[in-house]
Every structure is written in structure tokens, then in C-alpha cells.
Design a protein around this ligand. Sequence first.
Ligand SMILES: NC(=O)c1ccc[n+]([C@@H]2O[C@H](COP(=O)([O-])OP(=O)(O)OC[C@H]3O[C@@H](n4cnc5c(N)ncnc54)[C@H](O)[C@@H]3O)[C@@H](O)[C@H]2O)c1
Length: 444
Amino acid sequence: MKKEKIKKGSQIRPAKGKLGVLIPGLGGAVSTTFIAGVEAVRKNSASPVGSLTQMGTIRLGKRTEKRIPKIKDFVNLAELNDLTFYGWDIYEDNCYEAALKAGVLERDHIERVRPFLEGIKPQKAIFKREYVRNLEGHYIKSEQDHPELIEALKTDIENFKKENNIDRCVMIWCGSTETYLNTSEVHQTIKKFENGLERNDPNISPSMLYAYAAITSGIPYINGAPNLTVDIPAMVDLANKYGVPIAGKDFKTGQTLMKTIVSPGLKARLLGLSGWYSTNILGNRDGMVLDDPGSFKTKEESKLSVLEYILQPDIYPALYNHFYHKVAINYYPPRGDNKEGWDCIDIFGWLGYPMQIKINFLCRDSILAAPLVLDLVLFADFAQRAGMSGIQEWLSFYFKSPMYAKGLYPEHDLFIQLAKLKNTLRYLMEEEQITHLGIEYYVE
Ligand SMILES: NC(=O)c1ccc[n+]([C@@H]2O[C@H](COP(=O)([O-])OP(=O)(O)OC[C@H]3O[C@@H](n4cnc5c(N)ncnc54)[C@H](O)[C@@H]3O)[C@@H](O)[C@H]2O)c1
């Protein structure tokens, strides 16, 4: 991203016109909970709890100034009424049918927005079974080769934009977790990647085809799953070349959210850790996909790295050098989307005395994920209008495995991530950065 391209304050292009929200995985639990929720909020029949863009505030200037506007009044974000939804899935169900099957929202909630949801129908997906072994869908594009598939997606997007008079778009992957892929040679440069497209290289997964189509159409791409997708040098270069923001990976909800809340606190108090055992039971379609070892490995990598980075064992060897970290996910259909997570945390304090913490989080995964989807769509669109391109580290707040620039390490601490996000908004709106030093209130 070139500094001179970043626009600030009144130079930022206003959010005029409709914003298209393009969703691979349109019929999933997260997508339908997000879409139904936005419509319910637009009709004033529900509250957008959990959304920073809708309910969050930001302090500006000194504490004595008492300037604490809502974020949406401080930065020019797209209005909820300007969002238009579109997407792809491997099942043909419209969003009403899909929301019923997902079983997240109560029937009464879904019925209240039924006609709206019925009007949103997926396009045929790009799907290859070898990347998501536990799903079998037949609503998929007939083209076989990568370049033709990308063209077909771009045509879908163009048609949608024309038919709905769309001004700008953001693509957000809410599709299933793909099988584990290592970064390989074909991912290293744009040229190598484009050569790989020509020969249908198997290291290029369907999610990468969606991302390539989006980025080369000038559309920001956000990755809600732990898939590699845009977390490769070729895609980062491509995003910078096309002036497009990208962000990922894997929405930070449930157990990892708790981990990034609790572990910075333990580290702040210099309490040691000897082990952290995490297990989950989950019975939705995501749980079924993650029952496949390939898809689970992708998720496991994303979940495991968090503690290492937050606790920094290399800097605090006496406290964190040998902790044992285990993460398990068990598919258990009776629970549906209502996941249950257990964390058994073995810590030690003064003179090495052991203590235990247990967290039993009975969460609703998609209820936690939906507001993140909304915020990410609005912030990615804002970033693009502000001339920001490539990795958007300030959006790390939303991800289990945040993307980061070469030579850095990712920032996982939720509170540092929030400070980073708010300071980025202050920077773009030409307000003073807040360091929390506070000495100015006490010195004469
Ligand atoms: N629910 C959460 O809190 C949460 C948190 C973090 C990450 N995620 C990730 O978000 C994604 C969605 O989660 P979910 O609970 O909604 O899962 P889901 O299984 O309900 O939905 C995923 C949808 O993607 C569709 N799909 C699969 N491959 C596709 C493709 N190539 N193109 C288009 N559609 C495709 C599936 O048919 C399904 O409808 C998953 O990758 C999950 O790991 C979810």
C-alpha cells in the first residue's frame, strides 16, 4: 500500500449508492443469520448487538473534552439500507429455506423477514469435492477449467451490479472450511499464480478462484474461514496492484475469542501457564465439515497459534516455555449450532503454586459471527474508499489468525487489536492518536 494513496478526512470518497455484499456460502448458518439479522435491524425489530460499527463508540481528544461519538457517526460508513445481498452456494435453497435448515434463529424471527429472505437465491458455486470432503452438493458451475470458472464468476458479479444498480461491492467468504493447503511455489508471485490458473494447478482451491475474481474486479475480499486463500504472497501483491483491501483469516468467535480475552490478562499479571486443554462439541454443517481430518487441520492451525503469539514464550521462558496446548472439535449433531466449549486451564502463581480455571462456554457460534460479518463488510468498503489496499492489519480484531506483513508477527491480543482499529479510524479521520499516557492531566 502506497502512503500517498491513502486519503484522509474529507478526501475519503463518501459512501453514496448501494453496496453489494457478495457471499460465497450464501446458504450457510453464518450468512443467513447475518442477512436475516440485518433485515430485522433495518425493520427496527431487533438490535445489532455485538456490532462495533452499529453500537460502538470512539473517544476523541482528551478525556476532559468528553467527545465520544458513535463510530458510525464518526466515519462515513455505508448505511444498512444500502446493503444488497448476493452469493453462491452448492445447494439451491433460497435464504429462507437455508435459514430454517441452519437452525440458528427461531422460526418466529425467520418468518418476520420471510419474503425478503425468499428473494435471495444463490448462484451456482465453484466447488470441488477434494477440498471439502464431507459435503456433496450438485448446484455447481459446469465449467471445468480455472480461467473459465473465474470468467463465469465475473459475469455473475457484473450482471448483479447492473440489475441492482450497485455502486460498490465487498466479497466475504462464509463458505465451508477447505482442506489444509501449504503455501507452495504457485502461490509465490502473481505470474506463477496466473500460470497455475492456466494449468488448473491443484494447489489453487475454489476459494482462491473467488478471491482472484473479486480482486481483479476491484472488489475487497474478506476471508471468514481459516482457508489459505488470500494469505499468500501472490494474492497480497494482486490486492496491492488492484488497490483492493484484503483481510482474514477465520472469524474470531467462541473459544478463541475467550482465549484472546483471558490470556492477555494472565500475561499482564505474569501468571504462568502449564497447560490449556480446549474441546468443543458442535452439531451444525460446519461441525460436519470439520469432522474431516483435512478441514480440521486447517481449523486447528488457526486455533493453535493464538496462545504462542500472545504469551511469547521466547520472551517469558520461565512462565510459558513448556505449556501444553490441545484443541479438539467433536461433531455432535444434537447440539446443532449451539456449540459447547470447555477450557481447562492450568496456571501457576507466586513460587510456582498451581491453580486451575475452567471455562464452560455455551455459545451460539453464528450469533457471535454475524455482527463480525457486518462490521467487516462496512470497514472493508470504508478502507477501499480511503485508498487502503493489501493486508488490513487493523481488522485483526475480527480474526483468529490475522494476516500480517512479512517480517512481523500477528497481533492476537483483543485489546491491542481494538486499540489498533480505533487508532486507524482516528488516523484516517485526522484525529489525534490516543496513547493512554495521561500524564498531561497531572503535570503543571
Ligand atoms: N460460525 C462461526 O462462528 C464461525 C466462526 C469462525 C469461522 N467460521 C467459518 O465460517 C464458515 C461458515 O460457517 P457456517 O457455520 O456458516 O458453515 P455452514 O456449513 O453452515 O455454511 C457454509 C456454506 O458454504 C457452502 N459452500 C461450501 N463450499 C462452497 C463453495 N465452494 N462455494 C460456495 N458455497 C460453498 C456450504 O454449502 C454451506 O452452505 C466456515 O468455514 C466456518 O469454519 C464460522
